[in-house]
Design a protein around this ligand. Structure first.
Ligand code: ATP
Ligand code: MG
Length: 729
């Protein structure tokens, strides 16, 4: 047997050697699905069944594509050229360039980013005289994107696909948008797949050409394909029918982006005679990690069900999953930092450690801790906290407020949100500034005074300048936290993102709140701004040994010796917004995310939760995530002082408000300090009781466990809360 086949178990080998006909490898995390796909690729080439250009291989990220290319080359013992290997988007872009004419484009079409897309949609809505205050362009963008995910061109949309956006006019707007894109010789991301699928559907000669070309089709992370990707695959695979998809329904985590796990179930139907291979040995994680992950995912009802057994030689010697309860979020960051340092001292490379969070804003606390203790890190699949657009904007506001001569900051935000400051106004500003030797802000004031600006620009610019003065004064009087929160509010910056209906907007708002939280750790705004500059400086070359920080979504397919999973608290994870929007279905997707997180770990998984989190300048109590309760206790070691923290909180809760005055109350956007309404351990509230909660209002108790209640609130939906925060109604 050749070397590369000998490195597989018999089921894996079967999956590599079953080359004819459709094949689905359905298997749990870490069972070697990706390894099978890579080996299969090499095997096809080495056995002479196809040349590199005759295999179509789809991966979920560009990074995964690079890795696959390297591994195939390693098995072959030489670099391979001319592969059709990449993400759906990359592969479709390449194809579409060859057939652009059939989509009404020319081969050099531009691919628009989401900013361009929005600008275009706004123009179209304006032209149709739609009220873009009432019907937000990002919302339309999302509707169109969902249609594209489902392979629906404007002509294919039926009444049942229609939405009530803009009183049913979305379809017309969509058609106009597609027209406009064509006229501009441009395509958005969704178009790459949509156009290609459409071309393959309606041009038999093109389809036949690809059928001749691609003898084999390979697909990784199949559970996260959406409908249009599926259609595209099915069309291309119909020729030779040699399609091999690998996936795990328990790791389907992109339904919010249109992924349909049903594509797995459909596979057998669409590809008659498909062979299904299951892999059951997990080679990644130690036995306790695997058992903990399996115990957790068993709580999901809608799943195909799989067996997973430890396959590592040393699997049985592993440590249990550690669950650490901490007093507050600062302590949590410190704990993670200390463990990273300890492991490093023991000779563990940083590259083998990862911190996986539910939401992007959570990276900040860990980034700052790592910078403080001098541990290099990288953020995978996203930007470092202070590099994010909304954070840079907010920091620019702070700089412009504090330093009236900071022209760079002023220019960055003068028209964000839109204040009608166009190029002409900017040019006038610059000219005045240069002529009078003044900073831009001062020049703006002079221009206004001299009547050089008119109408809306004059109004909004004047308002902004008065704002700067007011916020500056406020920082001196009320403190920089209040001043900044007020500034983000009054400048309309927060509002801009609230109105933005794109999928990224909620994350940006969370980042902004996190920024204000960060501010409260500094005495002055100037101190904070210095800190930000230092943090931004701290960027040695990207190579080298570093800890990885990323969201759970970005961690799919990756593995590390040590994985930190912080923030396992109700509301954070499972994420409250997801629960509010999607109920049980979303809860199951959150649980799959937790499963993905745990199964990234080879040797060590450290889950943690904090009893207190700061929201703006206030503290909010949290209770441990239900996912922690769902981990089988025999595979978990509890550490830290979760229970202790809970009792201590009751004792000290009332002292927090004075320590952190209710400054943020004055700001419309902040959460209000919550205080327990009853002391701990008073009489229990029974299931079925009507209750009142300070923040969520009236509701009915659905379940009770220790001091936690699952309550169906009349207005706020299902929530899990601590019983001392509710009163019987
Ligand atoms: P995920 O579901 O997370 O994407 P996967 O099923 O794709 O996981 P791989 O990443 O391919 O799993 O493999 C997990 C780990 O197990 C890798 O380190 C891989 O090299 C190793 N591995 C896979 N098969 C074997 C095997 N037969 N013997 C030893 N190690 C293996
Ligand atoms: Mg994989």
């Amino acid at each position: 047997m050749t070397d590369y086949l000998a490195r597989l178990n018999s089921e894996q080998r079967d999956a590599v050697q079953t080359l004819d006909g459709p094949l689905l490898v359905l298997a749990g995390a870490g069972t070697g699905k990706t390894r099978v796909l890579t080996t299969r690729f090499a095997h096809i080439l080495l056995s002479g069944r196809a040349s590199p250009g005759q295999v179509l291989a789809v991966t979920f990220t560009n990074k995964a594509a690079r890795e696959m290319r390297e591994r195939v080359s390693a098995i072959l013992g030489r670099p391979v050229e001319g592969l059709w290997l990449g993400t759906f988007h990359a592969l479709c872009a390449r194809m579409l360039r060859r057939h652009a004419g059939l989509a009404g484009l020319s081969a050099n079409f531009t691919i628009l980013d989401s900013d361009d897309q929005l600008r275009l949609l706004r123009q179209i809505m304006d032209a149709e005289r739609l009220d873009t205050k009432r019907w937000a362009p990002p919302a339309l963008m999302a509707v169109i994107q969902r249609w594209k995910d489902r392979g629906l061109t404007p002509g294919r949309i039926t009444a049942s696909d229609d939405t009530d956006f803009a009183a049913g006019r979305a379809r017309v707007l969509y058609a106009a948008y597609q027209e406009r894109l064509r006229a501009l010789n441009a395509a958005d991301f969704g178009d790459l797949l949509l156009h290609m699928t459409d071309i393959l559907r309606s041009h038999n000669d093109v389809l036949a050409q690809y059928h001749r070309m691609f003898r084999y089709v390979l697909v990784d992370e199949y559970q996260d394909t959406n409908l249009v990707q599926y259609l595209w695959l099915r069309l291309l695979a119909q020729g030779h029918r040699n399609i091999c998809c690998v996936g795990d329904d328990d790791q389907s985590i992109y339904s919010w982006r249109g992924a349909e796990v049903e594509n797995i179930l459909r596979f057998e139907k669409d590809f008659e005679g498909a062979k299904i291979i299951r892999l059951e040995a997990n080679y990644r994680s130690t036995a306790p990690i695997l058992a903990a992950a399996s115990g957790l995912i068993a709580h999901n009802e809608s799943r195909l069900g799989k067996t997973l057994r430890p396959g590592r030689d040393d699997a049985q010697t592993g440590e249990a999953v550690t669950v650490v309860g901490l007093w507050d979020s600062d302590e949590e960051a410190r704990m993670v930092g200390e463990r990273v340092e300890a492991l490093r001292r023991d000779g563990h490379p940083l590259g083998e450690m990862a911190i996986l969070v539910r939401a992007g804003f959570q990276t900040r606390a860990f980034e700052e801790r790592l910078i403080l203790i001098g541990v290099p890190y990288r953020v995978i699949g996203g930007l470092r906290f202070y590099e994010r657009q909304e954070i840079r904007d907010a920091v620019a506001y702070m700089r412009a407020t504090l330093q009236p001569a900071d022209d760079l900051a002023f220019e960055r935000i003068v028209n964000v949100p839109r204040r009608g400051v166009g190029e002409a106004a900017l040019r006038a500003l610059h000219e005045t500034a240069r002529a009078e030797g003044l900073p831009l802000a001062a020049a703006a004031q002079n221009l206004i005074d001299a009547g050089g600006l008119r109408g809306r620009v004059k109004e909004s610019m004047g308002e902004l300048l008065r704002g700067f003065a007011r916020w500056r004064e406020m920082a001196d009087r009320d403190g920089h936290v209040v001043a900044t929160a007020t500034m983000l509010d009054e400048s309309g910056y927060m509002e801009m993102w609230k109105q933005d209906k794109s999928p990224e907007a909620p994350g940006r708002l969370d980042n902004l709140k996190e920024l204000v939280r960060a501010l409260s750790e500094f005495e002055t705004l100037a101190g904070f701004l210095d800190h930000v500059s230092l943090v931004m400086e701290n960027d040695e070359d990207a190579a080298g040994d570093r800890v990885s920080l990323m969201t759970l979504h970005a961690a799919k397919g990756l593995e590390f010796d040590t994985v930190f999973l912080p923030g396992w608290e109700e509301g954070v994870f499972p994420n409250q917004r997801a629960l509010d929007e999607g109920g049980v279905k979303s809860l199951e997707e959150e649980r799959r995310l937790a499963y993905v997180g745990l199964t990234r770990a080879r040797r060590r998984a450290i889950v943690s939760h904090a009893a207190n989190r700061r929201i703006y300048a206030n503290w909010q109590t949290s209770i441990p995530s239900r996912f922690i309760d769902e981990l089988p206790s025999e595979h978990v070691t509890q550490e830290g002082s979760a229970a202790l923290a809970r009792d201590a909180r009751i004792a000290t809760a009332t002292s927090f408000p004075s320590q952190f005055p209710l400054v943020a109350r004055r700001v419309r956007t902040v959460e209000v300090w919550e205080q327990p309404v009853r002391p701990a351990r008073s009489e229990a509230i029974p299931v079925g009781a009507r209750v009142f909660h300070q923040k969520f209002g009236y509701g009915t108790v659905r379940a009770a466990e220790d001091d936690r209640l699952d309550i169906a609130f009349d207005k706020a939906g299902e929530k899990r809360v601590l019983d001392r925060f509710v009163e019987r109604a």
